[in-house]
Structure formats: structure tokens, C-alpha cells
Write a protein that binds this ligand. Sequence first.
Ligand code: ADP
Length: 339
Amino acid sequence: MIDIDRLHKSYLTPDGGVSEVLKGVSLRVPPCSITAVVGPSGAGKSTLARCISLLERPDSGSIRVNDQDLSLLSGETLRRARRSIGTVFQSSALLGRKTAAQNIALPLAYLGVVEHEIRARVGELLENVGLSHKADFYPAQLSGGQRQRIAIARALALRPTVLLADEATSGLDPQATATVLDLLRKLKEEYRLAIVLITHEMDAVRAAADAVAEIRDGAIVQAGSVRELLSRPDSLLGEQLLPLAPAAARADLLLRLSYRHDVPVANDWIGRLSQQLALRIDLLGGHVEMIDGRLAGRLQAGVSFRGERLSAGQVLDALAQLGIAAELLDSAPALQEAV
Ligand code: ADP
């Protein structure tokens, strides 16, 4: 578990002023879970990552890992505490003159762990990242995705409880990205890891994260479970996770819909609603996919009345009964008063 509480960090600017980069960031990542931190360039993601990996000391606030406040430590106790946090960066930074196995062994050798224990631990880690057959390969002989998997194995060598992945899949091709994200999901269960995934890739968030926090201008502006954010029609993060194509239609109502997490996969809501209320429903854009074994979807739909004109409220209520949360984006002028 990592528990970040009201973290503040300022830098001195070249003109002698002070720029506050983190303005009270709080974030809790429980064991066996992945929380993605997203946000635009310059928002403070790297600064947060450097504070979490204890490379940078915050001005105030705390970073507790398993109930120990790491931001207060220094010297030898800080070095020891660092072992509870493994880090993987964008470029894997493996040593080119050492094999995959030797790279994974480095943190253990540095601590003076005996040879046979190193061999056993490295063997276990290589197997866990699916690269036992590449143990004696040098980094240059591995693909980008394989290098990242070795870097993950090395980050886990000292049995940390927190793994910080800072843009760990940026620059990888989609297939390698998928493999690395699958691996993170597997390892979080196996080692009960609290994983902080700093990324600008919304695909990575959808594929791997349990929760997501958006940081803007040094503060967390929105956070929650991925499933919950996707099922809230008004969620800006949900909109970024599954963006809708702009749509214009000659419909009576223009709605934005999102599936609540309990919508059954085989729910034919369009068929049922069109019959029940004599409507025509046109899907204008959106995404539906399986996340965590359940349907997650955000759609834009045009509703045209074939019979009696209903109020938007009646349509929204009928949708809600079918497990679809809806928000009215626009309506034909004649309907404005009925809404
Ligand atoms: P992100 O990773 O989200 O792109 P950063 O954490 O790198 O954002 O940067 C946030 C802000 O902090 C930027 O305005 C950047 O210029 C500033 N900043 C980052 N590191 C330093 C530093 N060492 N000294 C001064 N300003 C810094």
C-alpha cells in the first residue's frame, strides 16, 4: 500500500522566484491494484514520480509505504526504505555489457546476497516475466518489450511492495505494450503489488488500470475507479478514456449514454427500448468494450420518435431502468419545453 498525503513541492525558477509544481497531491494505491496517473505535459507527473521514488524530497506532505513515512527518512534508513519501491522508467536503462540475468541480479549483488540465492531469485523472476530462455542474452539482443520485462524483473528483485512504472510503455509498439501491461496485471496479483502507472496513454489506462487519477497544474482534479468513471456520463476522464466522435443528427434527442457496470453483456436495450416507446435509436459513435470482465461503454445516440412525442425525462427514465445512464446533449426545438 502506498499512501501519499498532501504532497507539496516547489522549485526555484531561474529568475529567483518559486514555482509550486505539486499543490497538495493525495493518492492512495492499495495492494494488488494499479492506479494510473494521467495528465498533460507539465502537470507534475514526473515530479510526483521522483518524489515517490524518493529521488526528490517533497517540501511537505507524506509518502507512507506500509505505514512508514518515507519522506522523513535520510541516510541509511532512506536507502533501506527505497527497497520497498521498485521503479521502471521509459528507457529500461539496462547495462549493455551485462546479460539479462546479470542485470536482474545487480540489486541483489549490490546488497551482498549470496550467489546461490541470487541465482534462485533471478531464475524465479525470469520465469515470472516469461523470459527464462533469454537469460544469457544481452540487452541489444532483446526487443524493446523484452528489455522492459527484464527491467521490471530487476525492479522486483528486492521484493518491493510498490512498483512505480513511469511511462514504462511509452515508445513500445502496441503488441509489446499489451504484453508489458498484461505482465503488470499478473505481477500485481502474484506479489500483491501497489502499482503506480504514470502514463499519457489512455489505451494503457483502459487495458491495465483499476483506478485512475488525473493531475493538472500540480493538483489531482479527478480520480476514481476506471469502471466508475466510464459509467458516469459527466466524467471528463471517462470522456478521455473512451472519447466519442462528434455527431450531428436530425434526431429529436441527442443523448450521451454510458453503461452502468451491471449491464449484462447480452442486453439488447436498443431493441427493447425502440419497441417499448416506439422510438428509432441511431448510434452515432462511441466505444463499447470489456473491462475487467464487464461491459464498459460510452455512446452517443440520436433518438427519433416514431409515434407519440415523449419528454426527454421519460426516455432517460426508461434507459435508466435498462441499466443505461444517459445525459441529454441536445434536443429538437419543439421539445425544449417538454424537457
Ligand atoms: P510532467 O511530467 O507532467 O510533464 P513535470 O513534473 O516534469 O511535469 O514538470 C512540472 C513543472 O515543474 C513544469 O513546469 C516544469 O518546468 C517544472 N519543473 C520540473 N522539474 C523542475 C526542476 N528541477 N526545476 C525547476 N522546475 C522544474
